[in-house]
Ligand binder design. Structure first.
Ligand code: T1G
Length: 713
């Protein structure tokens, strides 16, 4: 048959196996070979039915996403989708019953292949979904037409617009799947196919209408979804495009709906938003690969952990381990601090129970994995310790010196420091090969990014074990180098510098935050600082001043420190850059900030003036890209994609913009460099263009056709 699709006869059933590791993605070869296999079965006198199954761990994880980069025009996309639609109609028109046997995942094109089969049987652990919108596209192989005919409009709209998979049981309850089994899927599928060959025969999904009979209700559901999407995803056209295609099929029938789907898919696949989201999909997976890792490095499995410090970060980190089912010791200097930390953890879990995201049993089970302690007694039994004590160099060095004594030689010693030199801790521990940074982002039990900070002596085994652990903690691990602030906070310092200077030059706190949220950030720089705490930044600045450093070159705004001196730390003190009513998180602009900005401007001899949101975005994004280029050329990040993944998962940078480096490429590096030169002339020499940026512009290249990767040092 072919390397990627196998054909065998079992009891007069043709078993067609998709075999394209690792996830049986539907590459052009797979599509063609599947088409050929079903045609063969249709004409094979020795078979009465067909089973389509996936080899390995899964059914089909969708179309091969890499192929979309080859679709440069709508026309190319329309031509390709025309072929795919015809192919799936041929499967559906097979005169013998075709059964899809689903294990692992049936996602995107995978579920569309399954729905083009006449029946679907699934393993109970399988999941089914249409995640295309997470890539900025829509179901493009008939999913917007066949899914509503199986599940009804409501579920089809939800699945096609939120992209979340559903369980096999839920799919069965909705009519997407006909049967669910607990193991023995292949045999059950063959028996099911024989059953249908004996009675029932083919059933074409495209001819089903009972679930969308009530057109008015279905159309109303589309309207309702469109209205809510207008609020929630105005920046990404894909979800609304999926609704258009679903509605067209319900109103005008399968053929018209299919054409609408192909048209809307073509609009999306060539869009910058989709290119950006597909970029992040692959960048996230590339981030898990260390360019200079020698072959055969073994990643160890972490069975037991410990966290030192039960403050906001320590508590959240302990929750991440417990949520992953890993027993974790939580140590504090005294019982009172420990009790406070545990109370916060319990409160967090109780609010998850209250929101129905966790059962009371799960709360008890998860909390039981966290063992509070005020001593190092059991530390010789853990595989990793995460240090999350106060951000103070001496305190951390003392802690690492102790940890070096009380833990096993192969125990990983990780620091949650967000800025400090990991090498200092490594030296203090006496075994630098096992020391690195595990920089979690607040709230640590929620934020998905784990910045894995590699010090010069950190071993490859320690790095590989950390990347494997990150996946287990449901985090996205990115390995970066050990410079001040690592990658995330180093670049953030330039983001904040421009935010402060724009305030002094005339933009208000609310205008700057609005410009960034309109751009797609979940919160602006000032709202973010009020959440994280103005005191955190102030203490880091104090430490830097003590070692004669600043976070970013250029004028240092005094306003943040004045707020700190006033005790305005943000939400936690009821006032920071904004004021907050008691118990409320609504940001109330405070004229005091305008006064402080006026004073600072006067002190710097500048006249405040209105600043457009375009200027605000240009200044901030240029600062990020320029510093990102320096991080890359200095080797503190292996790939531009790592920086984009860090910003998307660490700060909620909009995925439809692809991260600061991808965004810079969409703006054009020549424009970015021109802006750096313009700002240098307007504001001062602290705007130094990154040599990498200058070189790429000179070579007419972008960040994404930079030199081959170099390992982060
Ligand atoms: N196409 C190409 N490569 C894919 C792929 C895909 N659909 N899915 C995974 N890979 C690669 C991935 O890059 C990685 O490669 C390896 O497989 C393992 O993936 C017509 C238009 C299935 C849940 O959006 O969500 O169908 O890094 O590390 O954690 O309407 O992969 O090893 O070289 O993620 O076990 C819709 C995407 C496509 C699902 C497995 N489908 N995949 O997770 O492994 S659009 C999706 C996933 C579509 C149709 C439309 C996950 C997974 P490498 P991994 P995992």
């Amino acid at each position: 048959m072919s390397d990627v699709v196998h054909y065998e006869r079992v009891d007069r059933v043709a078993v067609v196996t998709i075999d394209n590791p690792p996830v049986n993605a539907l590459s052009p070869d797979v599509w063609n070979a599947l088409d050929e296999a079903v045609r063969r079965a249709a004409h094979d006198p020795a078979v009465d039915a067909v089973v389509v199954v996936g080899a390995g761990t899964t059914f089909i994880a969708g179309a091969d996403i890499k192929v979309f980069a080859t679709l440069k025009t709508r026309e190319q996309s329309l031509e390709r989708s025309g072929g795919t639609h015809a192919l799936l109609m041929r499967i559906e028109d097979c005169p013998k019953p075709v059964v899809a046997a689903i294990h692992g995942v049936a996602l995107g094109g995978g579920n569309e292949v399954a729905m083009s089969c006449h029946y679907r049987i699934a393993d109970r652990k399988a999941s089914i979904g249409q995640p295309e919108v997470l890539l900025g596209i829509i179901p493009g192989a008939g999913g917007t037409q066949r899914l509503p005919r199986l599940s009804g409009a409501d579920l089809a709209l939800t699945m096609s617009t939120d992209g979340k998979p559903i369980s096999a049981d839920r799919a069965a309850a909705a009519g997407i799947v006909d049967r669910v089994v607990d193991g023995g899927l292949r045999e059950a599928a063959i028996a099911f196919a024989r059953e249908k060959a004996a009675g029932g025969g083919p059933r074409k999904t495209r001819e089903l209408r009972d679930k969308i009979q009530d057109v008015a209700a279905a159309v109303a559901a589309c309207e309702k979804m469109r209205a809510s999407l207008a609020k929630t995803s105005k920046d990404v056209p894909a979800p609304a495009a999926a609704v258009d295609a679903i509605e067209a099929g319900i109103r005008e029938g399968f053929a018209a709906g299919s054409l609408r789907e192909r048209e809307r898919f073509a609009d999306c696949v060539v869009s910058t938003a989709s290119k950006a989201m597909r970029h992040i999909f692959f960048a996230e997976r590339d981030a898990a690969k260390i360019p200079d890792a020698p072959a055969g490095v073994q990643a160890r499995t972490i069975a037991r952990a410990a966290v030192v410090g039960a403050g906001t970060m320590g508590g959240g980190i302990a929750m991440s381990y417990a949520n992953a089912g890993i027993p974790v010791l939580l140590k504090e200097v005294d019982q009172a601090s420990l009790d406070r930390g545990l109370a916060t953890i319990r409160k967090n879990y109780e609010s998850s129970v209250a929101k129905g995201k966790m059962t009371p049993d799960a709360l008890l089970k998860t909390m039981s994995l966290i063992t509070p302690t005020t001593s190092y007694d059991a530390f010789d039994g853990v595989d990793i310790v995460v240090e999350a004590v106060f951000e103070n160099m001496d305190l951390k060095k003392t802690t690492f010196a102790e940890l070096g004594k009380v833990t096993r030689p192969d125990c990983i010693l990780a620091s949650n420091s967000s800025t400090l030199d990991i090498s200092e801790f490594a030296r203090a521990s006496g075994r630098p090969a096992s020391v690195l940074g595990h920089h979690f982002f607040s709230p640590a039990n929620i934020m998905k990014l784990l910045e894995i900070v590699r010090a010069p002596e950190t071993s490859h085994e320690t790095l590989a074990t950390s990347l494997k652990l990150a996946k287990r903690l449901a985090k996205v691990g990115v390995v970066v180098g050990n410079c001040f602030g690592f990658v995330a906070n180093r670049m953030l310092a330039y983001y904040m510098r421009e935010a402060y200077l724009l305030l002094e030059e005339g933009a208000s706190v609310a205008e700057i935050d609005q410009a960034l949220t309109d751009f797609g950030m979940p919160v602006g720089p000032y709202g973010m600082q009020d959440i994280a705490g103005i005191d955190v930044g102030a203490r880091i600045r104090q430490y830097l001043t003590s070692i004669g450093k600043t976070r970013a070159e250029g004028p240092q705004s005094e306003i943040p420190d004045r707020l700190f001196e006033m005790g305005r730390y943000g939400q936690k003190t009821g006032a920071g850059w904004y004021r907050y009513e008691a118990g409320s998180r609504n940001r109330i602009p405070d004229p005091l900030i305008e006064n402080l900005a006026g004073e600072a401007a006067a002190k710097r001899g500048i006249t405040r003036a209105k600043i457009s949101s375009d200027e605000i975005i240009a200044r901030i994004m240029t600062a990020l890209a320029n510093e990102g280029a320096k991080v890359l050329q200095e080797g503190y990040a292996s790939r531009a994609g790592d920086i984009d993944v860090i910003y998307c998962y660490g700060f909620g940078f909009p995925r439809h913009r692809g991260g600061p480096m991808f965004y810079a490429d969409t703006v054009g590096l020549a424009t970015v460099l021109a802006r750096v030169s313009e700002y240098r002339a307007r504001f001062g020499d602290y705007w130094q263009p990154a040599p990498l940026l200058e070189r790429l512009v000179a070579e007419g290249r972008g960040f994404y056709d930079a030199e081959p990767q170099a390992a982060a040092r």
